[in-house]
Design a protein around this ligand. Structure first.
Ligand code: GTP
Ligand code: MG
Length: 615
């Protein structure tokens, strides 16, 4: 049997490799409009016109085969056949951005010089046309000595011709390849310029709109306030727009609880469904609208090209704490989840820069914290406005995010002066072109995020909540005793409460922190379940989580709880990824220790200051 043939997508960052990969294999790899999105090799299956299957590999973008960062190293190894467990690719598909031809041809020539069967995908020809650039693929093909196919990856244009060219790449004439083989970098640069010139049929300057947009958005004084205002609007929207949807979901869950209570006889099964599943897991699911709104903004920023500008704006500010704009995108990705954020640090070349970014990434408010913040804010912060169109709840949410960012910056500053010494390194990043985010892509992206959230609710959050419910429900209380006192979980809570009482946490909070290590949202479902079990025992009317919190907590407690979640490393998966990315337990142990330390101290400070202020 012959080995499955492999083809690899290579080229500069942001050329559209992953978009092509998705189009050719039907995969759903993350694509976004900034360099450094893909940081790992990913494989998928595609078919040639003959029906022959080919393994297609998507690679991180790179500027040359002299790797500077860990992600570029992956590309170099795969292309040169040094990647463990992977055969050298039989065909290289070099992806070029048609509107950045000159820059992209530098690496392309180095790849062609390897002497492998090669096909060029001249991608993003739609954007080149939009900008008034007409190219001649024939001329390009003649100059480079390899077939060139025009493509528009996101519209699936040119794919058949590309697949056709891949199929006949084996018999390529290599006789001209030696000419490029021995070239130095300056020679390749010069050749790139000439080849690009030769391939341009006509050009008209229509960059004006985008150039003037950049004049405003990247302006040293205007840029930062615009970015800040945009982030502010996002957090206002998360509360204001989500409310009707969240209320509707809440209504459905309450109706389900009432239905189950009517349909099932009193007993363990009914308690399990109402207290554990519906109250517990349901209390997290109601935050789906907030998550979706947050991601709608993040995806639109990524796809439009603004995200890379934000990194550029932040670069100057980040330099003060010894980081560069390079760290900004991993940190911003951490708003979704620290795990992809930590992975994205692979695009950072300097090891100390990278380590610092990994260590502070968990301080960025991940979306799992959103339900925790939102439920406490909804219970304790009045839904009033503090100015025209500025809701107090959204403002507090924004403040919590800012607290995480400031925390990260201060920690980075300290780390860069101590354990990860080093100065700020320079920051060069190509700014991608602006683009209207295609609605279809946005919709798919949102659907994926929503699905991730619901899957978490159905698996890890469900499991952790149910485990807690079991520990809370047994052994059964004697008459007159509270169920929490009688249960195993109650005993654990008593022990933990000794440690947490000085920072204002009650037994229920202390208990909720344990299952919340599995996923932060579990803090919410755990509280909901704990109060439901307790409440049922006291023959109370069925109530939602929020009224119970209002009845049982004081404002200083609630604020201390929020402060805890700004800092605490409440997530085992993040710790595991940090271990993998730093190759050992040393740094994750350090991370966990400093984060718990900060969480404890700041929750304490918040609690006692709030008490002193008479809140
Ligand atoms: N208009 C247009 N946009 C494209 C095309 N191909 C890709 N894009 C967009 O360009 C951006 C970059 O695409 P990716 O596929 O993430 O690029 P990449 O080469 O994988 O980038 P890295 O993983 O960072 O190396 C995304 O916003 C895509 O939607 C195209 O042919 N036309
Ligand atoms: Mg990619």
């Amino acid at each position: 049997m012959t080995r499955l043939r492999t083809a690899a997508l290579v080229g500069n960052p942001n050329a559209g490799k992953s978009a092509l990969f998705n189009a050719l294999t039907g995969a759903r790899q993350k694509i976004a409009n900034y360099p450094g999105v893909t940081v790992e090799r990913k494989a998928g299956r595609m078919f040639l016109s003959s029906g022959e299957p080919v393994e297609l590999i998507d690679l991180p973008g790179s500027y040359s085969l002299d790797a500077a960062s860990p992600d570029e190293e992956v590309t170099r190894k795969v292309v040169q056949g040094e990647f463990p467990g992977e055969a050298t690719p039989d065909v290289l598909i070099v992806v070029l951005d048609a509107a950045n031809l000159e820059q992209h041809l530098v690496f392309a020539q180095e790849l062609i010089a390897l002497g492998k069967p090669t096909v060029i995908a001249l991608n993003m020809v739609d954007l080149a046309e939009r900008d008034g650039l007409a190219l001649d693929p024939e001329a390009l093909s003649d100059a480079l000595g390899v077939p060139v196919v025009s493509t528009v990856a996101v519209r699936k244009r040119g794919l058949d011709a590309l697949v056709e060219a891949m199929g006949s790449a084996d018999g390529q004439d290599m006789s001209t390849r030696h000419e490029v083989a021995g070239q130095t970098l300056p020679e390749r640069r010069l050749a790139a310029r000439n080849i690009a010139k030769g391939a341009i049929l006509s050009q008209s300057g229509t960059h004006r709109l985008h150039a003037s947009l950049d004049k405003v958005l990247l302006h040293p004084w205007l840029g930062p306030p615009i970015l800040f205002a945009l982030l502010f609007v996002i957090f206002q929207a998360v509360f204001a727009w989500a409310t009707p949807f969240a209320d509707a979901l809440e209504g459905v869950i309450t109706a389900l609880i009432t239905f189950v209570e009517g349909a099932l006889p009193e007993g363990v099964l009914r308690d399990f469904i109402t207290q554990g599943v519906l109250t517990g897991v349901g209390s997290v699911v109601v935050f789906l609208p907030q998550i979706v709104i947050l991601f709608a903004f993040i995806l639109a920023m990524e796809q439009s090209g603004y995200m890379a500008r934000a990194a550029f704006i932040m670069d100057r500010l980040m330099a003060y704490v010894g980081l560069s704009g390079r760290s900004f995108i991993p940190l911003l990705s951490s708003f979704a989840c620290a795990i992809p954020g930590i992975m994205a640090t692979r695009a950072i070349a300097d090891p100390k820069d990278r380590l610092t970014t990994i260590l502070v990434a968990p301080l960025m408010t991940c979306s799992a914290r959103l339900p925790v913040y939102a439920v406490i804010i909804a219970a304790f912060i009045p839904s009033t406005t503090v100015g025209p169109g500025i809701g107090l709840q959204g403002l507090v949410l924004f403040a919590l995010y800012v607290a995480g960012i400031i925390g990260a910056m201060v920690v980075a500053l300290v780390l860069r002066r101590t354990v990860a010494k080093g100065g700020a390194s320079g920051f060069i990043m190509e700014l991608p072109r602006y683009q209207m985010p295609p609605l279809r892509d946005l919709a798919i992206g949102l659907w994926q995020r929503a699905w991730v959230f619901l899957r978490r609710a159905g698996t890890i959050i469900f499991a952790a909540t149910i485990a807690l419910w079991i520990l809370l429900s047994f052994p059964k209380a004697e008459p007159g005793e509270s169920q929490l006192d009688a249960s195993i979980a109650g005993k654990v809570a008593d022990g933990l409460h000794v440690v947490m009482a000085p920072i204002g946490f009650n037994r229920e909070i202390s208990l909720a922190l344990i299952p919340a290590m599995a996923a932060r949202e579990v803090a919410v479902s755990a509280l909901a379940t704990t109060y439901a079990v307790e409440g049922a025992n006291e023959e109370e009317e069925a109530e939602g989580l929020i009224p119970r919190l209002q009845a049982g907590w004081t404002l200083p407690m609630a604020l201390a709880f929020l402060a805890w979640f700004v800092f605490a490393p409440q997530c085992i998966s993040t710790i595991a990824v940090a271990k993998r990315e730093t190759n050992g337990w040393k740094w994750p142990a350090f991370m966990v220790a400093y984060l718990f330390g900060l969480a404890y101290v700041f929750a304490g400070i918040t609690y006692w200051s709030a008490l002193a202020l008479g809140l």
